[in-house]
Design a binder for this molecule. Structure first.
Ligand SMILES: NC(=O)c1ccc[n+]([C@@H]2O[C@H](COP(=O)([O-])OP(=O)(O)OC[C@H]3O[C@@H](n4cnc5c(N)ncnc54)[C@H](O)[C@@H]3O)[C@@H](O)[C@H]2O)c1
Length: 292
């Protein structure tokens, strides 16, 4: 397929776009990166410079593609109330422009980056009563970032109802990179283990950038016809402690569902496994070569 990836350049400290683009090309797709930031400062083949908050530019850049992977956003969750309005505006406007143009162009599929933050992040505000949480639970976002993603999930449903184009929203967990020194590199992981509260904000979730790329690649060709949203996380938590220990320390009174594994992710990835065949390959134990 001829696939447009929006936000494919990625920011220096988080950007997953280049990993997704490389995986799509590896899978045989012809890929165009649509971004206003030029990757590596060189606007070469396979790149279109575009401001995705402008509908005309967005439509023109998407023209000629069979499908889109919509990653572009202000991707930084807000921890204050001041910056929220601009973030909400950017994220929902880019999503509207990309979705509307993709539908009008009759694309085969829209895959887009939602976020685990729709499910309650940070969990020191929304105290869970039963874990794991799942994609069947109602969204309860708390920040403008999370609300922008929850609103975009609604937008996708309306676009799908109106135009019939399939939408797959991937609720990414906190993306980690197998790059020493990276802001979210695996070398940081051992420093979390002495302080479970420091990572309770997202139920100790994470996901490898390569599994994000796998999810995008699979979603593109998955046999899904509606507008679905599903969590993309690692199969385990980022901690050495068991789930029973973590929950007892950080969320006293919260119950664990029967049958949950000792280290299994506390945000269920069952829907992504079922609908797109998501099969995460990377864990911190594999990367760091540990068995604890
Ligand atoms: N990184 C994470 O841990 C994480 C977790 C959950 C969800 N997500 C979501 O995944 C997606 C990708 O995340 P990321 O970390 O790679 O984000 P990022 O901030 O690194 O990259 C976003 C890209 O969008 C581009 N962009 C922003 N506004 C634009 C505009 N108006 N026109 C054109 N391009 C524009 C930026 O230049 C950048 O290249 C985002 O939607 C983010 O919200 C990321």
């Amino acid at each position: 397929m001829k696939v447009a990836v929006t936000g494919g350049t990625g920011s220096w400290d988080r950007g997953v776009g280049p990993v997704v683009i490389a995986a799509l090309r590896e899978a045989g797709h012809e890929v165009t990166n649509l971004d206003w930031a030029v990757p590596g400062g060189i606007a070469g083949r396979g790149f279109i410079k575009v401001d995705l908050t402008d509908y005309g530019q967005t439509f023109a850049a998407l023209y000629g593609h069979d499908a889109v992977i919509q990653l572009a956003a202000n991707g930084e969750p807000d921890w204050d109330h001041v910056s929220g309005a601009a973030r909400f505006h950017t994220n929902t406007l880019i999503a509207y422009n990309v979705f509307q143009a993709a539908c009008f162009l009759g694309m085969k599929k829209v895959v887009w980056a939602s976020s685990e933050t729709v499910l309650g992040f940070p969990f020191d505000i929304v105290k869970p009563k039963l874990l794991p949480i799942s994609d069947d639970d109602p969204p309860i976002p708390t920040s403008s970032y999370g609300i922008s993603k929850a609103v975009t999930e609604d937008l996708a449903r309306h676009m799908n109802r109106r135009y019939g184009v399939p939408f797959i929203g991937l609720r990414f967990s906190n993306i980690f990179y197998d790059t020493p020194g990276h802001v979210t590199g695996y070398d940081k992981v051992p420093s979390f283990w002495d302080d479970p509260i420091s990572r309770s904000f997202n139920l100790w979730g994470y996901v490898d950038s390569r599994d994000i790329a796998q999810a995008c690649t699979r979603a593109l060709v998955a046999d899904v016809h509606g507008a679905e949203a599903m969590t993309i996380a690692a199969p385990d938590t980022i901690m050495t402690q068991t789930n029973a220990e973590l929950v007892a320390q950080c969320f006293p009174g919260c119950a664990l569902r029967p049958g949950i594994g000792a280290h299994e992710s506390l945000i269920s990835i069952d829907k992504a496994k079922r609908l797109i065949g998501y099969d995460p390959q990377w864990t911190w134990r594999r990367v760091l070569g540990r068995n604890d």
